[in-house]
Write a protein that binds this ligand. Structure first.
Ligand code: SAH
Ligand code: MG
Length: 206
């Protein structure tokens, strides 16, 4: 989580493309991954020699562009919001990353996953109330010993707090349900880490 000391010590984001995308996201309230979460994801990709990534939830394309710049990976990323889809496609085209990143404009819950191919890493970062559905749906196209990473599991530190809003309370209950669900999946080894906004790392056992 935000730690002033580590924020000073660790390298800042310097790539101009990424800095400007992050700034855009900040100004326009687009909830992109934290820098700490991004670094975690990118290091997992390198350690595991990941080649094919499926991302659920593109937004403006920040995380997929970052992963594509970090290593030689192919990414399929799914986005249901038209405005976000268009922005992501524009950002990808402007940086000539079309050969690495394909954006699918669709509700991921309606996607025919069997047409997407196989992936050695799936990054779930879309509607937080739907994470169990995404996990169950897309695990079938994960390679042997593949990885599923899910973002925003601590929800800005609100996960174990009392909130007033009914909608937020319901959302937090759904995230809590996902967290309890994901650590119990027998075909995966899963731990949830206090990295970024809370991320689970699930490694398929076979
Ligand atoms: N991964 C991005 C941030 C994604 S924000 C990054 O870190 O840079 C979450 C996005 O998921 C939003 O743009 C939202 O429109 C999209 N989303 C939510 N539910 C979805 C669904 N069912 N199918 C596809 N996209 C979805
Ligand atoms: Mg996220």
């Amino acid at each position: 989580m935000a730690n002033d000391y580590l924020n000073k010590i660790n390298k800042k984001e310097t790539n101009k493309i990424l800095v400007s995308l992050r700034l855009f996201a900040l100004k326009n309230n687009v909830p992109i991954i934290t820098l700490e979460g991004m670094n975690f994801l990118n290091q997992i990709i390198k350690i595991n020699n990941v080649k094919n990534i499926l991302e659920i939830g593109t937004a403006i394309g920040y995380s997929s562009i970052n992963m594509a710049l970090n290593s030689n990976v192919n990414i399929v990323t799914i986005e249901r919001d038209e405005e976000m889809y268009k922005l992501a496609q524009k950002n990808i085209n402007e940086n000539s990353l079309q050969s690495q990143i394909s954006v699918v404009y669709e509700d991921a819950l309606k996607t025919n996953e069997l047409q997407l191919g196989e992936f050695d890493l799936i990054f779930i970062d879309a509607a937080k109330a739907q994470s169990i559905n995404f996990f169950n749906k897309f695990k079938s196209i994960l390679t042997k010993k593949g990885i599923i990473i899910t973002d925003n599991l601590l929800f800005h530190g609100l996960i174990d707090t009392e909130v007033k809003s009914r909608d937020l309370k319901q959302l937090l209950r759904k995230i809590d349900n996902f967290n309890k669900f994901v650590v119990e999946q027998d075909d995966f080894d899963t731990y949830i880490y206090e990295i970024g906004d809370g991320m689970s790392l699930s490694i398929k056992k076979v």
